[in-house]
Design a binder for this molecule. Structure first.
Ligand code: FAD
Length: 493
């Protein structure tokens, strides 16, 4: 540090809030701790384009993060906390970057919320070592899940492998846990150095440049606080009650669509549950299959997958949970893969789903299950290829839930779909989009196909005039082949 920059910093020590997947000011545990330290707080967000590239983060999620950072910067400014945005090539240079920031800004303690994927844990360990070497404090706290990973265990102190007992244990603990979100509205102590940063007078003020990464617009998801909170409240007050009846029908707007916010931390799971409990306090009664309880269970699936990811490092490395499935012999058919990615498989429900994904970056949960099952069981394509494609496309891409969802569909995960139970894409379509309303929305070339044939248009006598492909596979044949391949894999294990 040269003497000139030193003279611009007051002698006061500062706390550094390192924002990651927690882009919010309300109910942010690390922020609360940083404020409670009594030190003036400076916040930083580190952009790592190479890491994003390697981990297939979608252009839409990057756009969402960038838009959200502008909101967070303003909210932090309002309570006297300047936000710096710094770019690092990849994770390996993050420890040195944090150490340099600490020197530049006279930071005595760093606060952040824990992340659960393996690479992030390794990165944090390296940062902690770098800070200890400089005699600075490191406070990495639990926040991403309602109940911290490692806190919901069997009597043998092991991680649950089956969801229902996990959910029961989770609920028991939840009821005795203070999950009430904390809101910060008071102005935080600040220093002259903070003031200089807030007013843009200091040269080291990193602004939110346009991220150097290919982006796709995320405008379907507003990022201002009131819009996000309103969406949550509106869902809890008017839709949660009907969630159980409506959640499986993609043509109905029956789910919350909050996943993009949860993935980047613009909303916390605690905030979701607090809003739900306020609107429908009876929802936690086990065995009462009310809509709100089913929604609560979905949030608990998110907890389950994150707890699993934290316990089993191999999940972050895209290894199957069921080790025997390493031996499944996948087929490599690039034409089929391309057809799946483009929404041109000749199975209308799969194609509608894949086109919704390509156009909006989001896909309905029922369709995620159908299209994932199709890739793995009807195309016998390695699930990791689908997992990666989803991450590249999804605005709500989140390692734990995406990996969990894919391993569930591929029958490679814990408490997954048994390998011999294979979704039939046509009957799924008949059941969950009975009149083809969703299909017609996303596959307009099928608009005039009669209802009777909308799920299997190639059987319609007028199909010759429709610009739509024949089915790329025979479901019955592929089902048998898939079951046989899993069986063989089991015998060689
Ligand atoms: P709602 O139905 O309103 O549920 C509320 C919240 O609960 C969601 O926002 C989400 O945070 C959580 N949730 C709901 N269902 C699940 C589930 N099955 N597993 C874990 N959490 C759940 N979810 C992601 O957030 N990111 C992903 O990358 C992702 N990839 C998936 C891939 C596959 C193959 C499958 C089958 C599922 C995947 N899911 C993923 C889970 C689920 O599809 C989405 O969370 C859900 O569709 C988001 O819509 P929503 O916000 O309207 O959910």
């Amino acid at each position: 540090m040269n003497s000139k920059s030193q003279s611009t910093i007051s002698a006061v020590n500062h706390a550094l809030l390192w924002l990651r997947a927690d882009l919010r000011v309300t109910d942010n545990t690390a922020l609360n701790y940083a404020i409670a330290s009594g030190l003036p707080v400076i916040a930083v967000y580190i952009v790592t384009p190479m890491q994003w590239y390697q981990h297939h983060i979608s252009g839409r999620q990057i756009d969402l993060i960038e838009r959200r950072l502008h909101v967070v910067k303003q909210q932090l400014n309002d309570i006297n906390i300047p936000l710096l945005v710094v770019e690092c090539h990849d994770f390996s240079t993050v420890p040195a970057t944090i150490a340099t920031l600490c020197q530049q800004h006279q930071i005595s303690a760093v606060y952040c919320n824990r992340q659960h994927p393996w690479n992030e844990k390794q990165r944090d360990f390296a940062v902690e070592q770098a800070l200890i070497a400089q005699d600075r404090q490191w406070h990495c706290v639990d926040d991403y899940c309602v109940l911290p990973p490692g806190s919901v265990l069997t009597q043998q102190q092991k991680m649950y492998k089956v969801f229902t007992p996990y959910r029961n244990a989770w609920l028991k603990q939840f009821l005795s846990y203070n999950y009430q979100p904390v809101t910060n509205s008071d102005k935080v102590t600040f220093s002259q150095h903070c003031l200089n940063l807030l007013e843009g007078k200091s040269k080291v003020n990193g602004d939110i440049q346009t991220f150097n990464y290919s982006k796709q617009d995320s405008l379907l998801w507003p990022v201002d606080e009131s819009a996000i909170q309103q969406r949550l409240q509106m869902f809890c007050e008017t839709k949660a009650e009907y969630y159980q009846q409506q959640r499986d029908f993609p043509a109905i707007d029956g789910t919350s669509c909050l996943s993009p916010y949860l993935a980047i931390g613009a909303l916390s799971a605690r905030q979701c549950l607090a809003a739900l409990m306020e609107a429908l306090p009876q929802c936690v009664e086990i065995n009462k299959q009310n809509g709100a309880f089913v929604w609560l269970s979905e949030v608990i699936w998110r907890e389950f997958y994150n707890h699993l990811l934290d316990s089993y490092g191999r999940l972050s490395k895209h290894q199957p949970f069921q080790l025997y499935t390493h031996h499944v012999r996948w087929l490599e058919n690039s034409d089929h893969l391309h057809a799946w990615q483009q929404g041109k498989t000749g199975f209308p429900i799969v194609d509608a789903a894949m086109r919704q994904l390509a156009t909006t970056g989001w896909m309905h949960n029922r369709l995620r299950m159908i299209s994932a099952s199709f890739l793995v069981k009807d195309m016998l394509c390695d699930w990791r290829i689908g997992e990666q494609w989803f991450m590249q496309q999804l605005i709500d891409g989140e390692l734990a839930s995406n990996n969990g969802g894919w391993q569930w569909a591929a029958s490679t995960g814990t408490d997954a779909q048994p390998y011999f139970r294979v979704f039939n894409p046509t009957t799924q379509s008949e059941r969950f989009d009975p009149n083809g309303e969703f299909i017609r929305q996303w596959v307009p070339e099928l608009q005039y196909v009669p209802d009777k044939y909308i799920h299997s248009p190639s059987l319609w006598s007028g199909f010759g005039d429709v610009d739509y492909p024949l089915p790329i596979v025979d479901h019955k044949q592929m089902r048998l082949l898939a079951i046989d391949s899993y069986k063989q894999a089991k015998t060689c294990y």
